[in-house]
Ligand binder design. Structure first.
Ligand code: CAA
Length: 240
């Protein structure tokens, strides 16, 4: 059955593969992005997927976007909170702005978009929320107190929401990707990245498509009994 799916940060990296995979599954996908117009335009042209520019960390902007999607595509029934940024540095050097930016974008966006779509999902007795966390929210990571905190927060958020949605046909699950071959990971200094890859038992970075197929699984009609779970996909780097 065709559903309307919103994928935040859905035009690049892991999000782009998620958008593609949900479209291939038969859904009507909207991919949001924060600022890279050129990448979004290229993605839309190549895939035919609708793109929408708004800051997922800004509640007011989300309110406008959700209303627009409802008007142009229909009510959102699959929500993939994927938008994420890094502002890596040690706590000693981290500014309050670096903290706020990461918490707002990576965790605040989950609140904003769940809050704005939950009522509609409840009324229609169907909803699939998939929140993209990270291995670094499970294990911590040197230089990422902001990112690790936001990504760890996603686990608690997801488990609480799963309890609230359960009786209404709404599931909420988290995925914890390891190091995936994206621009974000490629921005890690090369010598640091090589040390990280050396610790991955599978011996390589993950592919974005390996995360996307898990989103397809969790957002399926048949996945109604899977809720409050964390799916760890990290090549064996950290086993929970
Ligand atoms: N454990 C212990 N010590 C460490 C360390 C670690 N993991 N990493 C660095 N250090 C130490 C270094 O050995 C060095 O010590 P000395 O001065 O005694 O030699 C000191 O910390 C400073 O290290 P750097 O030279 O690297 O310092 P920097 O200030 O230039 O950079 C940093 C610090 C920004 C944290 C950098 O090391 C870095 O970018 N690390 C990678 C962080 C990371 O993995 N980010 C993930 C981004 S991708 C992502 O987040 C996606 C996802 O979900 C997986």
């Amino acid at each position: 059955m065709e559903r309307v799916a919103l994928v935040t940060g859905g035009t690049r990296g892991i999000g782009a593969e998620i958008s593609r995979a949900l479209k291939a599954t038969g859904h009507k996908v909207v991919a949001s992005y924060a600022g890279n117009d050129a990448a979004a335009k290229a993605f839309a042209g190549e895939t035919g997927i609708a793109v929408l520019r708004f800051d997922a960390g800004d509640y007011g902007a989300c309110e406008v976007a959700v209303a627009e999607i409802a008007k142009t595509q229909g009510p959102i029934e699959i929500l993939v909170n994927n938008a994420g940024i890094t502002r890596d540095t040690t706590l000693a050097r981290m500014t309050r702005e670096m903290w706020d930016a990461v918490i707002n974008t990576n965790l605040g966006s989950c609140f904003n978009l769940c809050k704005l779509t939950f009522e509609g999902m409840r009324a229609r007795k169907f909803g699939r929320v998939v929140n993209i966390s990270s291995i670094n929210g499970q294990a911590g990571q040197y230089g990422q107190v902001n990112y690790a905190a936001a990504k760890a927060g996603i686990f608690g958020f997801t488990k609480a929401l799963a309890q609230e949605g359960a009786r209404h046909g709404i599931t909420a699950n988290a995925i914890a990707p390891g190091y995936i071959d994206t621009d974000m990971v490629r921005a890690v200094p090369e010598e640091v990245l090589q040390k990280i890859i050396a610790k991955i038992p599978v011996g390589r970075l993950g592919h974005a498509s390996e995360i996307a197929r898990a989103v397809v699984f969790l957002s399926a009609e048949e996945a109604g009994f899977v809720t409050g779970s964390t799916l760890t996909i990290n090549g064996g780097q950290y086993m929970v």
